[in-house]
Design a protein around this ligand. Structure first.
Ligand code: SF4
Length: 353
């Protein structure tokens, strides 16, 4: 069942049938003396297709640093706060687009109430994030006694928090229930979506390094998105933010929720290759993801499949003996030396900007 509610995080609408947004999370401490560099990286992430960026705010003093960065960039920035409600209040003094808290570790209800009051005054939504690793004590015990399953415990934890927020008159909420297994991620989000119309943030938590991380997130998120469940996603993997964003784009595309941009086709390479497709795609991936034009680009190693794939693409590059052939809209456009490949490809790409 699709979410019907929506929240507004700066200029971005999450839920309400709006396009599914892609998030990632800043992976290093944010340094006050390196905000220009941080702002440049945030802009680079926006070029790649990142819509929202979350920052852990571990100490009170970090709120101001994040606030200064938020004022420097267009991207909605989210403050992620655990344990100390005063950090959430401090963040709300700055142009932060959204707050993420785990109410279970914020403590007494009055502290959560303080946060919701100030968030309401500032028009800032809150993501309630419950996590399989930090369930409330009573639900953990019921789980251990076998009275509920893990998905049931996660849903119950989220429902409890949503109800508490509703009692406080605060419904500007996005919900996430993160489990580290595919089956639980599927089950928990399906159950919650059947009963509630809050926007859902999807992701598999602690999914692992690149390969298992992308596989688990794809296996869980694609079916949910195809069922209309999920309004914003984060592919959390032990890799770079840029990789998380690229993986998010590919997952949305696989679920039929993609946005305009490049479809990249490349061959796995084998002994026949006259052109190193691995190195070439690694060099060009970020640049290609930043293009907004709807187009297919093929990078192929040799003449066995290369010309065939490249002919179906809007732009193709394929190895051919000791040369490289450029295809444009299915026709051979140029035959060049291997050393010229990057320069010529750059010239060809300008047509897609
Ligand atoms: S296109 Fe050529 S180099 Fe690439 S995998 Fe196929 S046969 Fe091998």
């Amino acid at each position: 069942m699709p979410s019907v509610r929506s929240v507004k995080a700066k200029g971005l609408i999450i839920g309400g049938g709006f396009p599914v947004s892609i998030q990632t999370m800043w992976k290093e401490p944010l340094r006050a003396d390196a905000l220009e560099a941080a702002a440049a990286r945030v802009r680079g992430l926006a070029e790649l297709g990142c819509d929202v960026l979350r920052f852990a705010v571990p100490a009170l003093g970090d709120a101001e640093v994040l606030g200064r960065l938020a004022a420097m960039v267009e991207m909605p920035l989210v403050a992620d706060i655990h344990f100390d409600w005063r950090i959430a209040l401090a963040c709300l003094d700055h142009p932060i687009a959204k707050i993420r808290i785990n109410p279970g570790n914020i403590g007494e209800r009055w502290k959560v109430e303080e946060v919701t009051k100030k968030a309401r005054d500032k028009g800032v939504p809150i993501r309630i994030g419950v996590n399989g690793g930090s369930l409330p004590q009573d639900l953990r015990e019921r789980l251990e006694r076998g009275e509920i399953d893990r998905a049931g415990a996660l849903v119950a934890a989220a429902e409890r928090e949503v109800a508490a927020f509703e009692e406080l008159g605060f419904s500007d909420v996005v919900v996430s229930m993160k489990a580290s297994s595919v089956a639980e991620t599927l089950e928990v989000n399906r159950r919650f979506a059947r009963a509630h119309d809050y926007p859902l943030h999807l992701g598999v938590t602690e999914a692992g390094p690149l390969v298992p991380g992308i596989v688990k997130n794809t296996a869980a998120l694609v079916p949910l998105l195809e069922e209309g469940i999920g309004d914003t996603i984060r592919v959390s993997i032990s890799d770079t933010m840029e990789t998380e964003v690229a993986a998010g784009r590919e997952i949305l595309a696989a679920a039929g929720k993609g946005r305009a941009g490049i479809t990249l086709v490349s061959c796995p390479r084998c002994a026949r290759a006259g052109f190193d497709t691995h190195a070439f795609t690694a060099r060009w991936a970020a640049r290609l993801y930043a293009l907004k034009t709807e187009a297919t680009i093929a990078v192929m190693g040799c003449v066995v499949n290369g010309p065939g794939e490249a002919r179906h693409a809007d732009l193709g590059i394929t190895g051919a003996g000791d040369k490289v052939v450029i295809f444009r809209k299915g026709k051979i456009a140029r035959t060049i030396l291997r050393e010229e490949a990057d320069t010529v490809f750059e010239e060809e790409l300008r047509a897609f900007e």
